[in-house]
Design a protein around this ligand. Sequence first.
Ligand code: G3P
Ligand code: CA
Length: 268
Amino acid sequence: PAGPWRGGDRSAVVGVAHRGASAYAPENTLAAIEEARARGASTVEIDVQRTADGELVLMHDTTLTRTTDVEEVFPGRSSYAVRDFTLAEIRTLDAGSWFGAAYAGERVPTFQEALDLLRAHRLNLLLEVKSPSLYEGIEADIAKTLKQNRWWLAASGHGRDAQPRLVIQSFDWESMRASHDLLPRVPHGLLGVVPEERIAEYAGWADQINPSHTAVDADYVAAVHDAGLEVFVYTVNRPDDMRAAIAKGVDGVITDYPDVLLKVIEEE
Ligand code: G3P
Ligand code: CA
């Protein structure tokens, strides 16, 4: 398949650091992006949501409770949802201590900060739009930010080596359709399993189908490839599962351990 990232190159799968290298540093922080780079990932996956005052920030859960000290800093609030806090409030939170004392004081990054750091390190971005049904118009907010950062919309490399720097993905396929309409030249991925008989419907505009590694076999991967799309599987953390995913023919492996994946690829 001539998919966006792996293209015609069948030599190695693409390694994607999940929420940054989240086995080693608190997920969706700048520290996790630094760790992804240090551990050899070419690409980083992050989750983006929107604050009460309309700012895009990195966060996986739709509430702030698991990965920050929000309940200590703002006791007694009726909601701890990302969407109910301003950026200024969120910036006071510690997003690292839950993971380990070494990361005390790590902040929740803005999308812009993540873009800047990834660019500085020449890392590609697999951008997940998390729970877009909670954030009306978030696709347009993301498109606006990317248009203000045109480097991200340009290909890296030239000719046969030309490759996008960014793929946008979501479990919400309607959101991806809307995002594709706003950014038609940016590749888009559908998270989850698109039923085989419906792949052709999406192949007109989508570029990747990205399911759980446990949900697909080699025949499914081949069917997606036949439709001209790539397959990136999540979240593959055990070496045996990495080998199994590669044997199924996937194009990319999303993992909390990008260094372990690199070792597995070298053994192949
Ligand atoms: O990149 C896919 C993967 O991140 C989807 O699951 O829950 O980790 O966002 P989740
Ligand atoms: Ca994700």
